[in-house]
Design a binder for this molecule. Structure first.
Ligand code: NDP
Length: 251
């Protein structure tokens, strides 16, 4: 492999990686030779994920069970981890309800899990990156940061906030040799989207609305992630790359 894309031996923390998109991203990093640290709240699910990942990984795989919304937990966990070269802010959640019925508790939970988490984890990890004048922070956004759909206004707002957080962190951390970028998936079948996958009308809408004519498969995200994590993207900063089969390119 060209050294441009070489991330062998780099230490990568992927939040929310016990399943779904996070696990697929962790797997891509592990297969490329990175030393991966898996995170989620459920320690048993994390152990199971580590066992699966160890089957394809050439470098060690670690687990770090902590809640990305809890400041003390994040501080303690990141302090214990040591250097992280690549941070993937992936942990996230979804809540759906028509706008007037959206509960305040759900709005607050979305803000905490999708935005506060990115702020807390990036802040703690970036301190050591600044000392080393190097690091890659990749944050999972969404097509919903660009397109509105009924029933998910607060979710869309959190993903829009995250896109601006990416740009703002780039402004502060770029001068320290750190790249901060976003990766925005289209619709992918995971636990988070189970209700949508089960809805035939919605599933068909995704197919016809997407130029690629299909839902995303988690493996579709690997190439862009590895590029953003590698030296090949060293002059790319503050950008959010959409991996959505063309959904946001067309009306
Ligand atoms: P899943 O629900 O399948 O997985 C979410 C992961 O995050 C789990 O590992 C979960 O583990 C972890 N997690 C949730 N809350 C926390 C927390 N407070 N602290 C630590 N870990 C947490 O989601 P997806 O894989 O579908 O989504 C991953 C990301 O991709 C999210 O940011 C989502 O918004 C985004 N996305 C998803 C799309 C899709 O179509 N699926 C489309 C666009 C964006 P545990 O519960 O044990 O903590």
């Amino acid at each position: 492999m060209s050294s441009l894309f070489d991330i062998a031996g780099r230490r990568a923390l992927v939040t929310g990686s016990s399943r779904g998109i996070g696990f697929a991203l962790a797997r891509a990093l592990a297969e490329a030779g990175a030393e991966v640290i898996l995170n989620a709240r459920n320690a048993a699910a994390l152990d199971a994920a580590r066992t699966r990942l160890q089957q394809v990984a050439s470098a060690p795989v670690h687990t770090a069970p902590f809640d990305v919304t809890d400041e003390d937990d994040v501080r303690r966990a990141i302090g214990d981890l040591g250097a992280v070269d690549i941070l993937v802010n992936n942990a996230g959640m979804q809540r759906r309800a028509p706008f007037p019925d959206f509960a305040t508790t759900d709005f607050d939970a979305l803000l905490a899990t999708n935005v506060r988490s990115v702020f807390l984890v990036s802040r703690e990890v970036s301190r050591a990156m600044i000392e080393r004048s190097a690091g890659k922070i990749i944050t999972i956004c969404s097509v919903q940061s660009e397109l509105a759909r009924p029933g998910i206004a607060p979710y869309s707002a959190t993903k829009g906030a995250v896109r601006m957080l990416v740009k703002g962190m780039c402004a502060d951390l770029g001068p320290h040799g750190i790249q901060v970028n976003g990766l925005a998936p289209g619709y992918f079948s995971t636990e988070l989207t189970q209700a949508l996958v089960a809805d035939e009308q919605f599933t068909e809408w995704v197919r016809t609305r997407t130029p690629a004519g299909r839902w995303g498969q988690v493996e579709d995200l690997a190439g862009t992630l590895l590029w953003l994590a590698s030296p090949a993207s060293d002059f790319v900063n503050g950008q959010t790359i959409f991996v959505d089969g063309g959904m946001t390119a067309v009306l």
